[in-house]
Ligand binder design. Sequence first.
Ligand SMILES: *[C@@H]1O[C@H](CO)[C@@H](O)[C@H](O)[C@H]1NC(C)=O
Length: 487
Amino acid sequence: MKKAEVVLIPIPAMGHIVALVEVAKLLVERDDRLSTTIFIMHPVLDPSTTKYTESLAASTLPDRMRVVNLPNLESNTEDTKDRNWLNSMIESQKPRVEEYVSKMRTQSQLSPDSPQLAGFIFDTFATGMKDVANGFGVPWYVFSASGAAFICSMFYLQALHDGEGVNLTEFKNSDALLEVPGLANPLPAKLLPSMVFREDLLAIFLEHARTLKETRSILVNTFLEFESYAVHSLSNGKNPPVYPVGPMVKHVADGRDLRSDESNKYRDIMEWLDDQPPSSVMFLCFGSWGSFCGKQVKEIACALEHCGHRFLWSLRKPSSQKGKIESPSDYLNFQEILPEGFLDRTLEIGKVIGWAPQVDILAHPAVGGFASHCGWNSILESVRFGVPVATWPLYAEQQFNAFQMVIDLGLAVEIKMDYWRDFLGDNEIIVSSDDIVKAIKHVMEEDSEVRKKVKEMSRISEKSLKDGGSSFSSLGRLIEDMIDNIS
Ligand SMILES: *[C@@H]1O[C@H](CO)[C@@H](O)[C@H](O)[C@H]1NC(C)=O
């Protein structure tokens, strides 16, 4: 029996590490010929990620799965604002990865029973490591933490720029509508990721798109029936093959992965949800970078009081230092930010929390709606558990995701699609409580069209992962391709 070793390399940010750990699990659980090694680059972006990587090292991983923490490089500890920090980190970690993989190889050559190196899977933003794979003469694959439609848009923008000489930064504030392959409707250009509008960051974006075209194939956390239009559009023979292998979602629970303070919070939240009627709770949660200024928090609070639905609100405190990119923290006391008396007045219907075990909350039958920043993982979790989203995108490709969900797929409702969070400035747009109320009422409406559609998509997603389903088959084909790489 041929045994194959696959090396996975995420960029050092929470969502990306979690995603590749899930990919590794998926591979080893599916096929016992496969082994996986995940390299984690250090320093990671923020303290919660450090906690997570430490917990990984301490937890018992499934068989044939290992995590290697690369040494912390002092040269990289500063200045994540430098647009090249990621590239320079990858450059400086390359020799370490090479050294480690060489050792693995030497060992495997000594014993014919051990797995042979079959390839690398890189995060979309870690393809700078491709030389390492090329050096070992094995193929490299890319795992995309974005959806298939967004990949279409990357190729589309790169073709506009490289092929037709379009100055993409001019799309900022323009009213142009773009015919992006993979979307059924024209996309307002201003909903493109903000990095496209900045000359320096655009160069990085385009470089990623070009490199993505060289990969052996792209694994996407999506499923065919959900993004069929985009998956078909990518499969035009001109792009690398795509393998939709999702939806992958990660439960934190059975409580095992949680630290003790978290497991108390976890129990408290779950017990509260257990007491609520089915589909009655609006859940608000804006991701690991999601926080708002005081004025906006008051508009949200006002909306929640006004519409009167039950709610569970993950409210995080913005970084205190202006101009510094720092993830939010928990409030010591919510009264310092909420309108006076809010907590008392909503005691019967609502619960304000800090950290939230999002997947487990969405999986709970009491939850009926989800106000989200539309990170791709959150979108998939909404679809997986049949909870419609009210879209409030903040940064990265989230505006694009919101557009796809609301306009293209009809699986979400808009709070504000063109909202964006400026981390370095203070020109924050304020969304009015009226707009928030309207969207919450819409998603929470019993038997609404959007709720029915999301529930249906949820059933389909479950099937896609089972034997014979689209993602199941797609993963099988991918694994055969990997095994074929070893001679
Ligand atoms: C693209 O357009 C912007 C804004 O009009 C301009 O400042 C910039 O120089 C242009 N870039 C190129 C490469 O032509």
